[in-house]
Design a protein around this ligand. Structure first.
Ligand code: ADP
Ligand code: MG
Length: 368
């Protein structure tokens, strides 16, 4: 039998990075979430060759302080979490300090950043694959941070080939994800553009810093989509037996409220406007885009019991206490563990039935 040896640090870093940054979507997601965490009110997302050559995200957030330059891309270095107990009351998207470190291991990463006090001079930072700061150059900059990711997966040939082969599907997923952030984030200007290998930059969509998700939907999907939607404002009262329990045992104090709100927009059952694509079914937990297949199933089932020929447009934000769910289930945080999910789904089913039943379908859409 071969000798058991410890894997060297560089190899461990590359293996783990490949679990955080699994595809194009994970790059976009991590960078957008960093910009939102930095308090940005404007985010500009630019692609070259659908991200195969460049993914660049510019924000007007706080910027990064020069003291933090050496640690910004080091693994497990974060400004958002200091101890495990903070996870239960987390207000930021990030907390593991892994995204920038992983991107250094799997791509060529550069960060240009400038705090308000430093305008008009910022710094452009370059890194080693380990995340160690390689050098800084002073550049002209506005307040905020621009992160550029070039040559994604250049050192993982199998994954790079897969990315190139499946780029059409990956691109579709990226746009759907960007739609989700752009829809749910209010008071945030979003702009997305793409430059093909040959030819001019193409503007794909934008939102205007709107105060409501309704206005965001109009900017992205058009006013016509809005006319077939009804607002969602469901209050799901949970069974008393679940109150006071926590997923983070021993960390949170007993909760006094267990109400869950489901807020957003959904198609009225008789909109008669052609089939909606699944891209237009968006689920969030406290504003965090999530894959919630069981919630989607309940929405679709209840909807189909009123309208069997179409799928609904759904934007549903499940709003609940931070100690009622755990985002630390998968490295990409897309899967969420929800406390007492079955009970929640039953209550949701009943509330949706009541909502759809309450609409007067005989009224033509144009009059609403
Ligand atoms: P995490 O988000 O979990 O902290 P990241 O690797 O994504 O880990 O980022 C590391 C740190 O870099 C963050 O904690 C933050 O302090 C800083 N940072 C990253 N992106 C930005 C940004 N767009 N604006 C300001 N600070 C940023
Ligand atoms: Mg992050």
């Amino acid at each position: 039998m071969a000798t058991i040896k410890q894997i060297d640090g560089r190899t461990i870093h590359q293996i783990q990075s490949g679990q955080v940054i699994v595809d194009l979507c994970s790059v976009v997601k991590e960078l957008i979430e960093n910009s939102i965490d930095a308090g940005a009110t404007s985010i500009d997302v630019r692609f070259k060759n659908q991200g195969l050559d460049l993914i660049e995200i510019q924000d007007n957030g706080t910027g990064i302080s020069p003291d933090n330059y050496p640690s910004v891309a080091l693994k497990h270095h974060t400004s958002k979490l200091s101890s495990y107990s903070d996870i239960a009351s987390l207000q930021t998207f990030g907390f593991r300090g892994e995204a920038l470190a992983s991107l250094c291991a799997l791509s060529v990463l550069s960060v240009t950043t400038c705090q308000a006090s430093e305008v008009p001079k910022g710094s452009k930072l370059a890194f080693e694959p380990s995340g160690k700061l390689k050098g800084t150059v002073v550049v002209a900059a506005q307040r905020g941070t621009t992160v550029s990711v070039e040559k994604l997966f250049h050192n993982l040939p199998v994954r790079r080939r897969e990315l190139e082969r499946n780029i059409k599907r990956e691109w579709h997923k990226v746009i759907a994800l960007l739609n989700q952030y752009a829809c749910i984030q209010t008071n945030l200007k979003f702009s997305v553009s793409q430059q093909p290998t040959k030819g001019k930059r193409i503007h794909l969509f934008s939102t205007r810093g709107n105060p409501t998700t309704r206005d965001n939907i109009i900017n992205i999907f058009g006013a016509k989509t809005m006319t077939v939607l009804v607002p969602l404002h469901l209050k799901l009262e949970m069974q008393p037996s679940t109150v006071g329990q926590s997923l983070h045992a021993g960390i949170s104090a007993a909760r006094t409220s267990s109400d869950v709100h489901v807020v957003g927009h959904v198609s009225r059952p008789a909109h008669g406007d052609g089939r909606q694509t699944p891209d237009r079914q968006m689920f969030f937990v406290n504003g965090r885009p999530c894959g919630l297949p069981q919630f989607a199933k309940v929405f679709n089932e209840v909807y189909r019991s009123h309208n069997s020929s179409q799928s609904p447009f759904i934007l549903a934000d499940i709003q609940l206490d931070t100690d009622m769910y755990d985002v630390n289930v998968s490295p990409d945080k897309r899967s969420i563990l929800l406390h007492d999910q079955n009970n929640l789904l039953d209550t949701l089913r009943d509330s949706l039935m009541t909502l759809f039943d309450s609409h007067d379908y005989s009224v033509p859409t144009a009059q609403l």
